[in-house]
Design a protein around this ligand. Structure first.
Ligand SMILES: Cc1cc2nc3c(=O)[nH]c(=O)nc-3n(C[C@H](O)[C@H](O)[C@H](O)COP(=O)(O)O)c2cc1C
Length: 273
């Protein structure tokens, strides 16, 4: 039988021993989810374990479920975790980050602009879902800006609004701040959700090159993967039972957007059939 203190191979890593530190939520990050200097001390003090699995760490501002848990979605958080990893490595340790998104168990008091937890939205009433291409797209900015203006009417009809793009969460934050959006802007890695709506297409090679060289806009960097796939801009209204009651999907990325008035009319038809 192997000895607890013998080394062990785990994938590409050789671990010094078979003692693994279990993930332990500590609630010691700051209000922005940035782990502090003491976290580096804490984890490096435990580097003699064969492997440390860190406290659970949220992958998006919408994934937070408890006060002062750390995240890994903002540049400050990434920098702080890099410092922690460096200190553990310096002490000869190995460390994995445990990722989480707590979904429906969160609470509006923990989420940006007091948003409702994602899964709970349908329980509250209809949901307007706007798929957009990215923060780099001026037409998407205009569209989300005008949806923001219609938000009081949307909320007034008992509905919620979310926007989804395949970009990494930091671009979602830029989009939110630039347009002063108060509804959740979500990151759909590899268009997993958009694919379920059948609206994903691949950007052609020529356009990829043009975008990279002329606009200095590489979708692979923005989206964190190199499929060069995007959603067709699309707006859906889903009623509280999960049925799509309004769909606007048009390949013309400039003029093919749903008007906020159409969205409001679709909601009125649900509320006052
Ligand atoms: C304070 C505390 C925080 C924890 N945080 C996490 C966590 O972030 N992620 C996780 O997967 N498990 C978490 N756990 C579960 C532990 O990793 C462990 O699996 C559990 O405590 C069972 O082991 P034990 O019987 O030795 O306590 C936590 C447990 C405690 C007591």
């Amino acid at each position: 039988m192997a000895n607890l203190f013998e080394s062990v191979q785990l994938g590409s890593l050789v671990l010094a021993n078979r003692v693994f530190m279990a993930p332990l939520t500590r609630n010691r990050a700051d209000a922005d989810g940035v782990p502090g200097e003491l976290a580096a001390t804490y984890y490096s003090q435990r580097a003699s374990a064969g492997l440390i699995v860190t406290e659970a760490t949220q992958i998006s501002p919408m994934g937070k479920g408890y006060i002062n848990t750390p995240g890994i979605h903002s540049p400050e958080q990434v920098r702080a975790w890099s410092r922690i990893v460096e200190s553990v490595h310096k002490c000869g340790g190995r460390i994995f980050l445990q990722l989480w998104h707590v979904g429906r168990i969160s609470h509006s008091s923990l989420l940006p602009n007091n948003a409702q937890p994602v899964k709970a939205l349908l329980k509250k009433g209809p949901v307007v879902i706007s798929f957009y291409r990215g923060e780099w797209c001026p037409f998407c900015n205009i569209e989300l800006h005008s949806l923001q203006e219609a938000l009081p009417k949307i909320n007034g009809l008992g509905a919620n609004l979310i926007a989804i793009s395949p970009e990494k969460p930091d671009s979602g934050i830029v989009m939110t701040e630039k347009n002063k959006l108060t509804f959740p802007v979500l990151s759909d890695f590899k268009n997993t959700v958009a694919r379920q709506f059948g609206i994903v297409f691949r950007v052609g090679d020529e356009l990829q090159d043009f975008s990279r060289t002329v606009f200095k806009n590489d979708l692979a960097l923005r989206n964190g993967e190199d499929s060069y796939e995007l959603p067709v801009p699309a707006t859906f209204v889903v009623d509280a039972s999960g049925i799509v009651r309004f769909a606007h999907v048009e390949v013309d990325y400039m003029t093919g957007r749903a008007e906020p008035a159409e969205v409001v009319a679709a909601l009125e038809a649900i509320v006052r059939p």
